[in-house]
Design a protein around this ligand. Sequence first.
Ligand code: ZN
Ligand code: ZN
Ligand code: FE
Length: 759
Amino acid sequence: MGVSRRAVAVRVEGIVQGVGFRPFVYGLATRLGLAGLVGNDERGVFIEVEGGSAPVEEFLAALTGDPPPLAVIERISTGPAPVTGRSTFVIAPSAAGGDRHALVSPDVATCDACLRDLTDPADRRCGYAFTNCTGCGPRFTIVRDVPYDRVNTTMAGFPMCADCAREYHDPADRRFHAQPVCCPACGPRLRFVGPAGAGDPLERAVRLLGEGGVLAVKGLGGYHLAALAADEPAVAALRSRKHREDKPFAVMAGDLAAARLLCAVDPAEERLLTGPARPVVLLRRLPDAPVAPSVAPGNRWLGVLLPYTPLHHLLLGALGQPIVLTSGNVSDEPIAYRDEDALERLGGIADAFLTHDRPIHIRTDDSVVRVFRGRDLPIRRSRGYVPHPLPLARAAPRPVLACGAELKHTFCLVKGDRAFVSHHIGDLENHETLRSFTEGVEHFRRLFDITPEVVAHDLHPEYLSTKWALDQDADLVGVQHHHAHVASCLADNGVAGPVVGVAFDGLGYGSDGTLWGGEFLVADLAGFERAGHLAPVPMPGGATAIRQPWRMAAAYLDLAYDGDVPQDLDVVRRNAGRWPAVVALARRGGNAPLTSSMGRLFDAVAAIAGVRDTINYEGQAAVEFEQLADPAVDEAYPCGLVPGGLVPAGARFAVPGVELVRWAADDLRAGVPRDVVAARFHNAVAGIVAAGCAVIREATGVSTVALSGGVFQNLLLLGRAVTLLEERGFTVLTHHRVPPNDGGVSLGQAAVAAARDAI
Ligand code: ZN
Ligand code: ZN
Ligand code: FE
């Protein structure tokens, strides 16, 4: 023992359990000739190292500089430890129940090392569909309870064989303490359910797909439906049996090279496609992409994902061509994930099933992400991301449960400075999704040991999430929908405000009981003031007007032309028979609630431009309208802001959407091409965002803008708005961790409730 010998105690917090952190530390310390120990406890990983000064320094540098790929180090602290003269490095046993608060990892796509095992004829896991290690495999979808041990996962029914047990207990092995470790001798097995035939389950499934069949495949978080992406009759059959008219299907390509044959992939998109979360990435489709027309009708974008389980790798490898991979459900029902239920519900859609005997504990849909200016813009945050907590800028004094909104529902639990946003529950409109929500809350409460004392909810009295919240025995906090959107953007960016929050979406319940959706708020986490909004218009027939955008066109045109709508407009001609009654309804009121929704304005102009009169999935008219717009067009329709006095009390300005409607209609009557009209409208809305924010900055001095709400999934609008705002010197916040749509609302509600609780 020389004078230079020293000992250091290290504590590492974050996602450091179940990701190969202890074997990594063990390997590093042993390689550097250091003695000491490493172990897991309720806070993460604790380490003591002892040895020469230089190797100890090297150890500490490597710890933060080169951790295992799946580890997320949130905090690391070091301090002196007593020099004891010990000579070995050991992995300390976990304290009983000590893993209780440790973080459960999201599911992780098959790693390169496991992929090599899968394809190496000499490896005992060659061709084995459930190969995994500490660096990859199922996690969140198989966890039943904490601590995260095999007995508390859906692998409990598969006792390890001697070979697997040896790997599991060997600190130097890649599978050390990998809870779902298994092999062909001891693990789950594939099963083919379908027409009789020769071959193993995989061969039969591949043959069925190759012959144009529709296959139900059991994945990580639920069943998918698959068909050859280039096979029009197969994809069309899948579409009609699933009762899904136009909503695009995602395509799974075998690898990055195969994805590049379908779409343009920039470096940021490549990182997402090939990363451990493996979301569906919305990519620019190549003009000659070999994809059947029914995959994504009339869509310039294509949702593409790469294989994320060994089963996908085997399937795609054997097929040698991309497949459609869409949720295993009928229409908008939740994705099937229990075997009996899947066989029953998907039996009429799929020609056969490729399934297995490892249960899925919790239904988890594929995540969907777009890339905006090189960064993630989540559309749906679920598999691969959940339940990784999002950090809050300031800790919540008491634990919070935020119940979310209705469509694209999520909930959120907060303890301290960690926000656990749930997986995608679906549209909270029926008993089944409500049960997914309440069971999900119970599951999260157990996993993360959170007993909420504060319950946050939307103000909409008819949302099932609101009704459920009002029954809870806790301190209730009602959060206005668009304030929640803006707060979610603040929390997403770790900012407290104040900001100018621009929340554009379909609909949300306003503080005054009317339907909002085109809002300029001056907000921080605790509160907001409504500084401006789109001028309200009637929604003839209420919810029917959401499904029939031509009704919004009728209401808007009637106002835009003062009751004297030009009869030569195509939208009028197409709907001539039903037009007068709807205009009368709009004028009379009654079942025509007023709304300031930006989504409804997009619907109206889309219908006027001939995009469509009715929709068959949420937001369809706006989605197609964005694609129609010619991005080369820079002109915009002029649109002034109507100052304060003319609009409801407290607001500083209103945006007269009718002016944009009249400009667009006049253009179309004058023969201006539809794609130019669409572009001029988008540019005008971007201009309104910038102008509204400038007015508010003038009055308040606030120069940071947060853009949120489902309308900002529109990349053309988002891009133009950010550019204009930045040109005017604003700092602009957009979404990167949670979606701008209602999937992000629960995080916003939680942030608001936590901030109010701290006052
Ligand atoms: Zn692996
Ligand atoms: Zn085994
Ligand atoms: Fe919303």
